[in-house]
Design a protein. Structure first.
Length: 56
């Protein structure tokens, strides 16, 4: 994903509630490994199990 597009997605991710963060993370396509990692760093640690379940 291009930088400008990713910055927009990242800002949306920051403002989103946990359920929306999960949808963004799971549904986003064409993200680089670095971009996924950057989003993951902003994800609430207490809800990582929910994200893991959504990815399974």
């Amino acid at each position: 994903m291009e930088l400008r597009e990713f910055e927009t997605l990242k800002n949306e991710f920051k403002k989103a509630d946990t359920d929306r963060k999960i949808r963004i993370y799971v549904d986003s396509e064409e993200l680089s490994q670095f971009q996924y990692k950057e989003l993951l760093q902003m994800f609430p640690l207490g809800d990582l199990d929910r994200l893991e379940a959504a990815l399974a």
